[in-house]
Write a protein that binds this ligand. Sequence first.
Ligand code: GDP
Length: 196
Amino acid sequence: LNYRTTRFMVSAARVDQCPPEYGREVAFAGRSNAGKSSALNALTGSSKLARTSKTPGRTQLINFFEIDEEHRLVDLPGYGYAKVPEKMKHEWQRHLGAYLEQRECLVGVVLLMDIRHPMKEFDQIMIDWARQSQLPLHILLTKSDKLKFGAAKGIMIKLRSQLKDMEGLVTIQLFSSLKKTGVDELRGTLDSWLCQ
Ligand code: GDP
């Protein structure tokens, strides 16, 4: 697919505001600051797209982007701002959970983790959810340029062995928006999910 034609479609505060179910979509999830906007930017070549997701008022929404008429990328709200009140966190989990469970055209989730801080509580929740629902998960270990290649690879291998019970369901790669490493590998995974 040509990800460079990706355009903003609509934002949804609740599942019933999502666009109608047709074609296929892949969702991007990650803790705040994991590098999601930068990754979407590197993938689509459009900084406008990432900016849209960061517009105040849109950060807590599910943002839909259209690659073409049949294929979409979905930016899920970031998680982990310390200042967010408990009640909002629960609301957020409820909406996100509803989207993940109910959305039939969702074919896979890309989970972004800062390679220096992998497997936080949010990541664990997403992984458990993928395990339960048997939906493919592709993990990007982001900002891999911050570590030496050997150290980065070591973290990836360790994570693979930690998630051994999910073999066939989880794939993991190194990613750097700064150095543009791993962008082709990410495109390959998205193509395999979206173009079946
Ligand atoms: P988001 O909150 O998940 O959307 O994260 P952003 O994409 O806004 O990135 C958060 C911070 O990490 C910003 O200061 C980025 O410049 C930085 N960042 C993102 N990707 C990379 C990367 O590949 N390498 C490095 N060194 N920094 C990055």
